[in-house]
Design a binder for this molecule. Structure first.
Ligand SMILES: *Cc1c(COP(=O)(O)O)cnc(C)c1O
Length: 427
């Protein structure tokens, strides 16, 4: 067992001055129980907590750290940028260069606007889609997460493709009613929805490879159908690439799936571990944004030189390292080791490149949110704590995916598989 006295003391203090002791809810270990570790430092594939325990990490700060923790290239770039000023509130070269890098990498993207989080990116993209089309309704999928803007904290109402209802207190019902929630893996429902209300729909937003509620890989043809329906009815297709972008391929899920959206949103990897988001698309749409057009959007720290330097250093390192080939090799290595351990129980490993998820239930891996078995969460809890006691960190929730980074080695994968084999005896 590990000693966590200092984490417990600090977390106790934090709970007095921060709601739930955390700055983002999943960190509180609510889904797995126990006291969250307070992290003191991290490097490469490892994190160290305040008690000095060192863990092999597969959380990767929930996706941004594709090079691992505190890579020298990013630390050096951020330090150099900081010495020249942390924010100017004026244009800077680094934002131009990062915009060039993102638009060059992503299929069909002419322009991007930087913001400071994924939430801001999706919120702004939706405002833009509404501004461009002059329509109000938006469509999202159950099990896709797009940050915490009001219009996106919405779950399905009762019945087929009815108006949504707030999934958080504080979201007005009138906002939620402008969002229609449909199931993934159900092209017939989408088709019916568009036949019925296609001329009222501003946009469909989707995580092309949904990775916030398990890893819900869609069948071939799903995205092409989305593309065809939205185009036919004059709605914009938004790919939320906040996790997928620069993670599953240089050109994100759009490149991997061969489908170009009208707008795309980014975050996580493009910020290299600093707070960055972006949204972009064809120039004809982006021209509608202020100062050129009537759709307002702004940010005091947007495009600040520190965050831009971290993003540029990260994207540059990915290109130099032929990262996506290496990440696929690492992912395949993980699958080779871990899939048989899970298969022995009738369970499965779901993986796309360097994103993985353990589906702890019998039968085929789920393709939609409501296909996930609640009993899997109980099994996950036991496995989570056994791994932690063994020095391995996975996400503190059964619904969250794991991330590999370029800092992981084959030896790390061996270590994970060995610890998981021991942990599975406790599930
Ligand atoms: C993380 C995430 C967001 C929200 O990004 P924040 O930076 O946490 O606001 C939006 N969409 C997707 C797909 C995400 O994974």
């Amino acid at each position: 067992m590990i000693t966590t006295t200092r984490s417990e003391e600090l977390y106790e203090r934090a709970q007095r001055v921060i709601p739930g002791g955390v700055s983002s809810p999943v960190r509180a270990f609510g889904a797995v129980g126990g006291t969250p570790l307070v992290i003191a430092s991290a490097k490469g594939a490892h994190v160290v907590d305040e008690d000095g325990n060192r863990f092999l990490d597969f959380v990767g700060s929930w996706g941004p750290l594709i090079l691992g923790h505190a890579p020298d290239v990013v630390v050096d770039a951020v330090s150099a940028a900081a010495a020249k000023g942390t924010t100017f509130g004026a244009p800077c070269r680094a934002e131009l260069e990062l915009a060039e890098a993102v638009t060059a990498a992503y299929p069909g993207l002419d322009q991007v606007r930087f913001v400071s989080s994924g939430t801001e990116a999706t919120m702004s993209a939706i405002r833009l889609a509404r501004g461009v089309t002059g329509r109000e309704l938006i469509v999202k999928f159950a099990g896709c997460y797009h940050g915490h803007a009001d219009h996106l904290l919405v779950s399905a109402g009762s019945g087929l493709a009815t108006f949504g209802q707030p999934s958080s207190a504080g979201v007005p019902a009138a906002f939620a009613e402008r969002t229609i929630v449909v199931d993934l893996d159900d092209e017939a429902a989408l088709e019916a929805l568009f036949t019925d209300r296609g001329d009222e729909i501003a946009c469909v937003i989707v995580e092309p490879i949904p990775a916030n509620n398990g890893l819900l890989v869609q069948r071939d043809g799903f995205h092409a159908k989305l593309r065809e329906l939205t185009r036919r009815h004059g709605a914009l297709l938004i790919f939320d690439e906040v996790i997928n972008g620069f993670r599953v391929a240089r050109g994100g899920a759009a490149e991997r799936l061969g489908v170009e959206p009208d707008l795309a949103t980014f975050g996580k990897v493009i910020g290299g571990g600093l707070p960055v988001g972006a949204f972009g698309g064809k120039r004809e749409y982006m021209d509608r944004l202020a100062p050129l057009g009537p759709v307002y959007q702004a940010g005091t720290l947007s495009g600040n030189p520190l965050a831009m330097a971290a993003g540029l250093a990260t994207l540059g390192a990915l290109d130099r390292a032929d990262a996506w080939t290496r990440l696929e090799e690492l992912g395949a290595g993980l699958e080779r080791r871990v899939a048989p351990l899970l298969a022995a129980r009738g369970w499965s490993l779901v993986r796309v490149g360097s994103i993985f998820w353990m589906s702890l239930q019998d039968g085929d891996a789920p393709r939609r949110a409501d296909a996930i078995d609640g009993a899997a969460a109980d099994r996950y809890r036991a496995i989570f704590h056994a791994l932690l006691a063994d020095g391995v960190c996975i996400a503190p929730s059964a619904y969250e995916v794991g991330f590999l980074s370029l800092a992981h080695t084959e030896a790390d994968l061996d270590r994970f598989a060995e610890a998981l084999e021991r942990a599975l005896t406790k599930a």
